[in-house]
Design a protein around this ligand. Structure first.
Ligand SMILES: Nc1ncnc2c1ncn2[C@@H]1O[C@H](COP(=O)(O)OP(=O)(O)OP(=O)(O)O)[C@@H](O)[C@H]1O
Ligand SMILES: [Mg+2]
Length: 240
C-alpha cells in the first residue's frame, strides 16, 4: 500500500485507495496509539453514517481534540468532503482504505479520537466487521425512524450485542413530535441502547457538505445543537 496522504496531499487523498500503509512510526512501543475509536456502521444505506462522522469529527476538533477520520467506503463520500474542507477550519486528519485494510488500524498515528466510516451492508463482510469490532470503543448505528430502516438495524444491533460490542442506536433525520418517532424510539430501546438525542431532518445538514464543513461551522445553520448533544453523549460513553 502507498503513503498516507494527509492534509499536505489533499488532492491525491480522494483517489488513493491505499492509505493505511505508513513508514515506521517512531512512537515508543506500548504507548497507546489512539485514545478512543468511534465506529459507525449500519446495514442500511443512506442512514446517516457519513453525516454522523463528519459532524462529530468537526465538533471534537473544535473541542481541541486531535481527530482523524477513516473512510472505508468505496463511494468515498467522506473523503471527498474532507478534500473540500477549508484550511482555516480546525484540522482533521484523514485516511482511506479498502475494507480489508481494517486490521491495519492499529498502525495509525496517535490521536485522541479516530472516527470510522463504513459502507452499507458491512454485515456481508464478517471478517472485516470483526476486525473493526476489536478496535472500536463505541459503535453508533444511525437509523432513520421508518419501519424498513428499523427492520434492518435491529438484527444488526443483536449481532453487535451478541459479540459484546458497546453500541448504541442514533435516530437520524427525524421529525419532532411524530407518532413514527415515538414508535421508533420504543422499538429500538427494546433491543439496545439509544442515544437520548436524535438528529432532526434539516436541509442545512445536506447543504454544508459541499463546503467541507460541519453544521456547527456555518452561522445560523440548523442541526448543530443536535450534533453537539449527540457529541456530549458520545464523549461521556467514551470517557473522553
Ligand atoms: N438529519 C439529516 N437531515 C437532512 N439530511 C440528512 C440528514 N442525515 C443525512 N442526510 C442526507 O441524507 C443523505 C444520506 O446521508 P449519509 O451520506 O450520511 O448516509 P450514509 O449512511 O453514509 O449513506 P451510505 O450508506 O450510502 O454510505 C445525504 O444526502 C445526507 O446529506
Ligand atoms: Mg456513507
Amino acid at each position: 500500500m502507498g503513503e498516507i496522504p494527509l492534509a499536505s496531499a489533499r488532492p491525491a487523498a480522494v483517489d488513493d485507495a491505499s492509505i493505511l500503509d505508513r513508514p515506521p512510526d517512531p512512537a515508543p512501543p506500548n504507548r497507546p496509539r489512539y485514545k478512543k475509536v468511534l465506529l459507525t456502521a449500519s446495514p442500511k444505506g443512506g442512514s446517516g453514517k457519513t453525516t454522523f462522522v463528519k459532524n462529530v469529527a468537526v465538533i471534537a476538533a473544535h473541542n481541541g481534540l486531535s481527530v482523524a477520520v477513516i473512510d472505508f467506503d468505496r463511494q468515498k463520500t467522506l473523503s471527498k468532503w474532507w478534500a473540500r474542507r477549508p484550511e482555516t477550519m480546525p484540522r482533521i486528519e484523514h485516511y482511506e482504505a479498502p475494507l480489508n485494510g481494517a486490521h491495519e488500524i492499529g498502525e495509525l498515528d496517535d490521536y485522541d479520537l479516530l472516527v470510522i466510516d463504513t459502507p452499507p451492508g458491512i454485515e456481508d463482510h464478517p471478517a472485516e466487521m470483526l476486525a473493526l469490532l476489536q478496535v472500536a470503543d463505541l459503535i453508533i448505528v444511525p437509523t432513520r425512524p421508518g419501519w424498513d430502516d428499523r427492520e434492518s438495524v435491529i438484527p444488526f444491533m443483536r449481532y453487535l450485542r451478541d459479540r459484546h460490542a458497546k453500541a448504541a442506536f442514533l435516530l437520524n433525520a427525524t421529525q419532532k413530535g411524530t407518532k413514527l418517532l415515538d414508535e421508533a424510539r420504543r422499538s429500538l430501546l427494546a433491543v439496545g441502547p439509544l442515544c437520548p438525542i436524535d438528529i432532526r431532518q434539516f436541509i442545512d445538514i445536506t447543504t454544508t457538505s459541499p463546503l467541507g464543513l460541519g453544521v456547527i461551522e456555518v452561522r445560523g445553520a440548523s442541526g448543530g445543537d443536535d450534533f453537539v448533544s449527540v457529541w456530549h453523549f458520545i464523549r461521556n460513553e467514551l470517557g473522553l
